[in-house]
Write a protein that binds this ligand. Structure first.
Ligand code: NAD
Ligand code: DAU
Length: 337
């Protein structure tokens, strides 16, 4: 019988990429447990929804009975936890859902792993748990955690719980921490898809502060391949940094999108900075490279070109995700723009 993996949050941006990728390349069963929040979208999984190795379950990782019964029913042997509230700006508006899902939800999963004696839990985390860098240096796995936003604090709390479970109960778990992802199917609250869609419609491109904050960009496909590598060959109790070796300022990203779309830089609108805005993230990925043999493959120039083309080719997807709730969020975040 095939191995069965419970993927949580598989209807989101990265989880859906992971499921599409794994079902096309590996002979495993995937059970996707997703609460279908505003960020969860089953359209992201249309291409594999009829795959006999795939099952979707609508529900929350905060529901312990449900998680347990899904694992038992489908003979799940391991969990890969993508489920999260993932947007920093929303966490600044209201931190509660972040604690509920990112912290308490992770706790529930860890307890189920212990109770059912599962083989492994891979917890998907972020470089933001390390806080912010100055102009030099990189985050390594031993950089102390120093989160600055309610989102990153909730992710850091979850990471600490995972490590505490490994230490206290010998829970078989591993953590990945990745830098900023981009690629198809990303919800347009995040920098790159928001700027692409606004530019396509000649609407203002809202850049926080002076646009000089730096992020380390990785294509979502590379991230998913790294997660699979860690899942297969990572060592229990370890943390693995994942990154794209591609540091860019926000203004460089925005200008490159405008250039590719042949749009004017006059669309750029500098607006009030994000409160507590981290200046710079950069990942040292030597550990995963040396110990597990993974490195990113997709260069940013090609990746962003393909991503822009994907948004151009999928107007229906773009319209469907920009619902009334999205427009309300946009107005709250950016005012009348
Ligand atoms: P996303 O917001 O696109 O998707 C999150 C998914 O989780 C959605 O499908 C949503 O419905 C689901 N979900 C939310 N609460 C849930 C709950 N209680 N139970 C079950 N499902 C629930 O997020 P993403 O960008 O795909 O990020 C996935 C993971 O990767 C997150 O843990 C995030 O912290 C981490 N991460 C993201 C990035 C990035 O750049 N996007 C980088 C590093 C790490
Ligand atoms: O670093 C990994 C993290 O990357 C993930 O853990 C998060 O889930 C993911 O959302 C992302 O967080 P960021 O806050 O870095 O991503 P975001 O796309 O929101 O912003 C990227 C940069 O662009 C950041 O410096 C803020 C800026 N920005 C963002 C938006 C949405 C703008 O200038 N204007 C905007 O409208």
């Amino acid at each position: 019988m095939n191995e069965s993996i419970l993927v949580t949050g598989g209807a989101g941006f990265i989880g859906s990429c992971f499921i599409r990728h794994i079902l096309s390349n590996e002979d495993v069963n995937i059970v996707n447990l997703d609460a279908l929040t505003y960020a969860g979208n089953l359209e992201n999984l249309k291409s594999i929804e009829k795959n006999p190795n795939y099952t979707f379950v609508h529900g929350s990782i905060q529901n312990a009975e449900l998680v347990k019964s899904v694992c038992e029913k489908h003979n799940v042997t391991s969990i890969i936890n993508f489920a999260a509230e993932s947007h920093v700006d929303r966490s600044i508006m209201n931190a509660h859902p972040f604690i509920d899902t990112n912290v308490l939800g992770t706790l529930i999963l860890l307890e189920v792993v212990n109770e059912l004696k599962l083989k492994l839990m891979l917890h998907v985390s972020t470089d933001e748990v390390y806080g912010s860098l100055g102009e030099t240096g990189k985050f390594t796995e031993s950089t102390p955690l120093s989160p600055n936003s309610p989102y990153s604090a909730s992710k850091a709390a979850a990471d600490q719980l995972v490590l505490a479970f490994v230490h206290t109960y010998n829970t078989p778990a591993v953590i990945t921490r990745c830098s900023n992802n981009y690629g198809p199917y990303q919800f347009p609250e995040k920098l790159i898809p928001l700027m692409i869609l606004n530019a396509l419609e000649d609407r203002p491109l809202p850049v926080y502060g002076d646009g000089m904050n730096v992020r380390d960009w990785i294509h979502v496909q590379d991230h998913c391949e790294a997660i699979w590598t860690v899942y297969k060959t990572g060592e229990q109790g370890q943390v693995y940094n994942i990154g794209g070796n591609c540091e860019l300022t926000n203004i460089e990203i925005v200008k490159s999108i405008l250039k590719q779309l042949n749009k004017s830089e006059s669309l750029i609108k500098f607006i009030k900075d994000r409160p507590g805005h981290d200046l710079r993230y950069a990942m040292d990925i030597e550990k995963i490279k040396i110990k597990l043999g993974w490195s990113p493959k997709i260069n940013f120039e090609q990746g962003i070109k393909d991503t822009i083309q994907w948004y151009i080719n999928n107007p229906q997807w773009c319209n469907n995700v920009r619902t009334g709730a999205y427009r309300d969020y946009y107005k709250k975040q950016y005012g009348e723009m």
